[in-house]
Ligand binder design. Structure first.
Ligand code: B12
Ligand code: SF4
Length: 559
């Protein structure tokens, strides 16, 4: 019998109440779902007596690591099953028996506290003895950061939320785990599983961090035989397919090195998959009924040559898949936009970061704003939906530069078949990002870490209380609802009205407006989104209470 492995790949951000990395400008329904148009339309227009189920679309995304590791382990002789949500009641573990090991992915685990919570649930459901092997981005980052970049820095001392995983006194529950600290890790995982089967000592294996004799023991680093062309997700082997936007990796790494981004530290080398290998994977996706694909690369469409090659390869499959990916809008020609749209590109995620050219130069974004505006207009004109993401608070940010970002968004065309959405990411000072180098910090007067920092022109607190809300207030296009605003049911005038009314209602919560104002704005939104006339319900009937809505500055944090 093949030894069984449970791959646990949770996404704690699936819960719309979990604090996100973006600024929180989302309206929420009473059930705790995002107030996307597809959810609100379902809520306001019930069919029959039962309520149509709501969803959080891409917020509830399942990480590729879960699917990939499940298929990788199956291809290497294990009986693997992927689990994407570890509820407290342990129902997810019923029928799992006693696996040889748990492979726990930290792709979407971003703190020691969250890791401890997941491990506690795994232990409660499967017992204290099953070996738990932890790997993925969080472990890799914590290992990379080491004493110089993180462990011995004063900035995080006394802040449990920023605890260091490999510090001198880890929580007892986090000691008896096997940590794979590697850029990839799946080949090390095979070695660990073989050693567990044999009963041999794990300390002889490379790329591990183990708690031994009261201290962390780091085994030698060894490169793994990574071959992206050969090792891709075998969709023919996974138990369950994602219902939409099947995640596919076409490359690893990014040729750029923006100051605020740590992707280059995580994956220092750019590796591109061959179009032939990508097409092989897409055929597996289509054979399992997949209709849409999300390219999860750091920057899949980062150069014009690669973008065209990918688009042609996808078009030539004739599979008719729709797809989305991260794209440099400023590198787009009119022909590219047409080619991409005809190849099935439906969603383009574009890191614009700022509408101010000086800020872009400071961030080393090397982007041309006029070209980015043209590129986005071309894409939406060709029917592609564009999400523009912005960073607020990078050193040098001022009211004028925030206003320039607002103006950039408001200046985009809105008559195309594709729509534009945006999201605001308060600057996060990440260990490992170029801006965190000691000489850069000195130069910029930058102190602090993660979401607690300050510099000459702004602080993280000011971004949260003043500048991110100022951004939201100024922009006319919609804040992103993670793909949940897809709806073919209405004309653009009605959509624009709904966007404006949802924003007005969100602002009422953000400003702590009195109940009659909230009700009035809710009634306006309700009127736009309902299909037949009728009485307007109270907002309390459909929406989450104020403490779960965007909050005025200084209000107690949610939860
Ligand atoms: C694509 C992506 C997304 C997509 C996901 C689409 C999808 N269907 O998966 C979207 C846009 C939705 C997204 C959202 C977010 N993301 Co994101 N995202 C990525 C990105 C670019 C690639 C992830 C990916 O799938 N890679 C391909 C897979 C195969 O690689 P992988 O997960 O790393 O797994 C490999 C190894 O790590 C290893 N491995 C993984 N698990 C395990 C377990 C064991 C035991 C072993 C041995 C090995 C192993 O095996 C895999 C094959 O080598 C990464 C950046 C990056 N360079 O990795 C960020 C990244 C994962 N995201 C991150 C974050 C923070 C977020 C958000 C929380 C941000 C936010 N918006 O608030 C949200 C959370 C999701 C949500 N619900 O809101 C962080 C996570 C940091 C961390 N874990 O400490 C990353 C690393 C970016 C960063 N620079 O910090 N993201
Ligand atoms: S922000 Fe985007 S373009 Fe810049 S380094 Fe990171 S992944 Fe690359």
């Amino acid at each position: 019998m093949r030894p069984s492995i449970l791959v646990v790949a949770p996404n704690p951000f699936e819960d719309a109440r979990a604090p996100a990395f973006e600024s929180d400008f989302w309206l929420r329904t009473r059930s705790g779902h995002l107030g996307s148009f597809s959810n609100l339309v379902r809520l306001f227009n019930p069919v029959g007596s039962s309520q149509a189920p709501l969803d959080n679309r891409w917020k509830a995304v399942r990480s590729l690591a879960g699917f990939y590791l499940e298929s990788f382990l199956k291809a290497h002789g294990y009986d693997a099953h992927a689990i994407f949500a570890v509820d407290e009641d342990g129902a997810w573990a019923r029928g799992a028996g006693r696996p040889l090991a748990i492979a726990l992915s930290t792709t979407f685990i971003t703190s020691v506290g969250e890791l401890a919570r997941v491990v506690a649930r795994v232990r409660a459901a499967l017992g204290p003895d099953v070996p738990v092997i932890v790997g993925g981005q969080f472990v890799w980052k914590q290992h990379l950061w080491g004493p110089d970049r993180f462990a011995d820095r004063p900035e995080h001392q006394g802040q449990p939320a920023l605890a260091y995983l490999f510090g001198p006194s880890p929580e007892p529950a986090l000691r008896d785990l096997v940590y794979v600290a590697s850029e990839f890790g799946e080949h090390t995982l095979l070695q660990v599983l073989a050693a567990l089967t044999r009963g041999s000592d794990l300390a002889d294996l490379p790329n591990l961090v183990l708690w031994r004799g009261g201290a962390w023991h780091v085994t030698p680093a060894e490169p793994e035989p990574i071959d992206l062309d050969a090792d891709f997700t075998r969709w023919d082997l996974v138990d369950e397919m994602p219902t939409s936007m099947v995640p596919v990796r076409t490359s690893v790494g990014c040729p750029h090195d923006c100051e605020f981004c740590d992707f280059v530290a995580i994956h220092p080398r750019l590796r591109l998959r061959s179009p032939a290998s990508i097409v092989d994977e897409l055929r597996l996706v289509a054979a399992r009924g997949g209709k849409s694909v999300s390219l999860v690369d750091d920057n899949a469409l980062s150069s014009p040559g690669r973008t065209r090659a990918l688009a042609r390869a996808i078009a030539e499959t004739g599979l008719g898949l729709r797809w989305g990916g991260y794209l440099r809008a400023d590198r787009m020609t009119p022909d590219d936009a047409t080619l991409l749209a005809s190849a099935g590109l439906t969603y383009a995620w574009c890191g614009i970061e700022s509408g101010d050219p000086d800020m872009l130069a400071r961030m080393r974004k090397r982007a041309d704003l006029a070209a980015a505006r043209r590129g986005i207009d071309l894409l939406t004109g060709a029917g592609v939906h564009v999400l523009g993401t912005f960073v607020v608070g990078f050193p040098g940010e001022t009211r004028a530069s925030v206003d320039a970002s607002v103006a950039f968004l408001n200046g985009l065309r809105r008559d195309g078949r594709g729509r534009v959405e945006y999201s605001v990411f308060p600057f996060h000072l990440l260990p490992g990002a170029p801006v965190d180098r000691p000489e850069r910090r000195r130069e910029l007067g930058l102190t602090g870490l993660f979401d607690r920092w300050s510099h000459a022109t702004m602080s993280a607190t000011e971004v949260a209380s003043t500048w991110a809300p100022h951004f939201f207030r100024g922009v006319d296009v919609s804040y992103t609802y993670y793909g949940g605003d897809d709806s073919a049911m209405w004309a653009s005038a009605r959509r624009d009205e709904a966007i404006g009314r949802r924003k007005a209602l969100t602002l009422a919560f953000l400003d702590g407006a009195p109940d009659p104002v909230v009700q009035e704005r809710f009634a306006a939104l309700h009127q736009t989104l309902r299909f037949s006339a009728g009485a307007t319900p109270s907002w309390h009937e459909h929406l989450a209470p104020r403490e779960r809505q965007p909050r005025p500055a200084g209000a107690d944090p949610r939860r």
